[in-house]
Write a protein that binds this ligand. Structure first.
Ligand SMILES: Nc1ncnc2c1ncn2[C@@H]1O[C@H](COP(=O)(O)OP(=O)(O)OP(=O)(O)O)[C@@H](O)[C@H]1O
Ligand SMILES: [Mg+2]
Length: 375
């Protein structure tokens, strides 16, 4: 198998091949043989050399110009840009599969083409070509690997920001709704002064809560996400959180009860723990669209205190129960699915744990265990 005619520009071709990493190890006679095989093809700027998914059996060498290798992910993405002396299309010579990527010229280019049959023949005569090819390919894989990992890192950073943003949105929904509700109450011109003062205080408290969230977010983004434990009366904190809830429950058919068997203090971050209590009461309430009973009970259990949120709502199937702590798992139309994920994280930060028991059609009990000791 030898080419029929010797091309007139054979010397130019040989000196080009000498500079190609793929053939640089070969002797002049061998290069002349390859040079004689090459077919030359001219391309305009932005011309399609071949499409991803097409079949082909040609290896391309870039005589002049530049090409980019593109792969469709969500849209065309450039994997690598190749210049003079480089080659592409080699995969089609190795395996009989459609092209794994497409190639487009980025400027006016001249390419040399070598068919699979010709390449195989040259390879059988000069096994060193296989070694050079492997070297170039492994370099390319290393480069692609590096850029892939970089991209993953970037995506991971972005998704962390996304997750954090969703967390804030989840937690802000509640105080914003409360502020809105009390502002509406304030619009009533017949409102007694006493009530007016009470509502303004509530609004103030909720705005403080929003400000707390913003500053804890800023802390988080700066990387200091420390909880500040202080000695707190558990009963008082629960009453504080649920007094607003009781107002919201009016007319919903939901009865609210407390059963404080533990009356002592706990070492907790009250702002964070408030979010835990809010999230659990919020879930309980939404589980009882037709009314029911919500009981909050505290009890000392060895070196821990247990806080139960017991509802007589719709309950959950086993499959649902297995997923509720996963971020973004929700069965609600407007839920974020972050409530319990955040709750569990906060409880863990306190050295505690959370357990959920539920019976479909009967109700759910969320139990949190918090350590009583200071550490
Ligand atoms: N008390 C409960 N009774 C029945 N199902 C519950 C209860 N608590 C949680 N779930 C189930 O767990 C899912 C996840 O709860 P989670 O608080 O994490 O998110 P969410 O309540 O759906 O959304 P969001 O908290 O943003 O309102 C809920 O969608 C619901 O299916
Ligand atoms: Mg929730």
């Amino acid at each position: 198998m030898l080419p029929e005619n010797i091309p007139s520009d054979i010397d130019e071709r040989v000196s080009f091949l000498k500079k190609c990493p793929l053939f640089s190890a070969l002797k002049k006679e061998e290069l002349s043989k390859i040079a004689a095989f090459l077919k030359e093809k001219k391309y305009k700027k932005n011309a399609l050399v071949f499409k991803e998914g097409s079949f082909g059996d040609t290896l391309y060498l870039i005589k002049s110009g530049e090409v980019r290798i593109v792969k469709k992910v969500t849209e065309d993405e450039t994997i690598v840009v190749l210049k003079r002396g480089n080659f592409f299309g080699e995969m089609a010579l190795i395996e009989d599969k459609p092209r794994s990527a497409g190639v487009i010229t980025t400027e006016k280019s001249i390419l040399y083409l070598l068919t699979k049959a010709e390449f195989k023949y040259l390879l059988s005569e000069n096994p060193s070509i296989a070694f050079s090819m492997m070297q170039t390919l492994s370099e390319r894989i290393r480069e692609a690997d590096y850029s892939f990992i970089e991209k993953l890192r970037r995506t991971e950073r972005l998704s962390t920001i996304g997750r954090t943003a969703s967390t804030i949105i989840h937690d802000m929904k509640n105080p914003i709704a409360i502020v809105k509700m009390f502002l509406e109450y304030l619009e009533n011109p017949d409102l007694q002064d006493e009530k007016r003062t009470e509502y303004v205080n509530i609004i103030n408290g909720e705005v403080d809560r929003l400000l707390d969230m913003v500053s804890s977010l800023l802390e988080y983004s700066k990387g200091k996400k420390k909880i500040k434990k202080v000695e707190t009366s558990l009963t008082k904190l629960i009453i504080q959180v649920t007094s607003l809830l009781q107002m919201e429950l009016k007319g919903t058919g939901i009865e609210f009860k407390t059963d404080f068997k533990y009356k002592g203090n706990v070492w907790i971050d009250p702002i964070r723990m408030r979010r835990v209590f809010f999230n659990l009461t919020d879930n309980a309430r939404h589980a009882m669209p037709k009314g029911g009973k919500l009981t909050v009970r505290t009890e000392e259990k060895g070196d821990k205190v247990r806080v139960d949120f017991i509802d007589t709502g719709i309950g959950m199937k086993k499959e649902v129960l297995g997923k509720i702590f996963e971020p973004f798992f929700t069965s609600k139309k407007s839920g974020t699915g972050l409530g319990l994920a955040i709750t569990q994280q906060i409880v863990k930060e306190h050295g505690g744990s959370i357990k959920m028991r539920s019976k479909e059609g009967k109700g759910t009990t969320a139990s949190i265990y918090l350590p009583l000791k200071k550490s």
